[in-house]
Design a protein around this ligand. Structure first.
Ligand code: GLU
Length: 283
């Protein structure tokens, strides 16, 4: 069994991250497997080295040891580009020149599991116009979801302890796979990394279950294996809302600095026991 914890160094980790890391770590250790660490630092404008260092310190404080060197998404850009090339060669992605404002202004942009569904403005641009605009307009790359979903056919994954779950990627519409400002989206990078790392069990929050619909599709299109998934309940704060990076009181750094015993906290989280005021909830 190979599991991983994959923090984005865009803020301090909180109790929810600790819960996720403990579950992934303990699952691997209980099975005599490996627990890997990945730094999801693809977003160059928001990622910070001091958050990377803080995350490593948090894990050490919790007593969670990882195997090997942490993998960094910023070291894997050529793999992401190669995967995008493959999808491009299959005619499954297209350049999109729309701005956020263009999309927001479109009346036909209903919401899907990952935000506004792209109305498809750039999907069928004439080749000549596409070439001309690509030369001097910033653009992202979108998946032609209808084509991709039709090509892949019916898809499912195994959810630990719950059997088969049918994937519904089409509900997301034409998602972005490479951004104007980053060479791969979360969906593309995470799917490729899990495969490259040989992850057998992805343990992550239930807030990402809809993303798994998309990841399962990308696995099918790129010929990658499908891990088993465990989407766990989310840690909520005293206000009943799930924790966010801005909730300073729940940050591991603040607990660490308040003298809390990290190993004891990890042992409690492993049996779903949370500090007073916090609770686990399924979205
Ligand atoms: N880096 C992502 C996050 O911090 C997690 C990615 C994943 O577990 O797939 O939300």
């Amino acid at each position: 069994m190979l599991t991983r914890f994959a923090p984005s160094p865009t803020g301090e980790l909180h109790l929810g991250h600790a819960y996720s890391a403990v579950l992934a770590h303990d699952a691997a250790r209980a099975a005599g497997g490996r627990f890997l660490l990945r730094i999801d630092d693809i977003d160059g404008s928001r990622s910070r080295e001091d958050y990377v260092a803080a995350a490593l310190a948090d894990l050490a404080w919790l007593g969670l040891d990882w195997d090997g060197d942490p993998l960094r998404q910023s070291d894997r850009l050529s793999d992401y580009a190669a995967a995008l090339d493959r999808l491009r060669a299959q005619g499954l992605v297209y350049p999109c020149f729309c701005t956020r404002a263009d999309i927001a202004a479109s009346l036909s942009a209903p919401h899907g599991p990952s935000g506004a569904i792209y109305p498809g403005t750039c999907r069928n641009l004439p080749a000549v116009e596409r070439e001309r605009r690509m030369a001097d307009e910033p653009h992202c790359w979108r998946l032609d979801m209808a084509r991709a979903a039709a090509l892949a056919g019916e898809l499912a994954w195994d959810e630990a302890g719950q059997g088969h779950r049918v994937a519904d990627p089409a509900a997301h519409g034409d998602i972005v796979l490479a951004r104007k400002d980053a060479p791969a989206s979360y969906h593309l990078a995470s799917t490729l990394d899990d495969a490259a790392m040989g992850i057998t069990h992805v343990v992550r929050g239930a807030d990402l279950v809809a993303s798994t619909d998309v990841h399962r599709l990308l696995q099918a299109l790129l010929g990658l294996p499908t891990p088993i998934y465990r989407h766990h309940a989310l840690v909520c704060g005293p206000d009943g809302k799930r924790l966010a990076k801005r909730d300073a009181a729940a940050s591991l750094k603040s607990l660490r600095e308040a003298g809390i015993d990290g190993r004891r906290l990890a042992a409690d989280l492993a049996v779903d026991r949370l500090p007073a005021g916090y609770s686990l909830q399924n979205p």
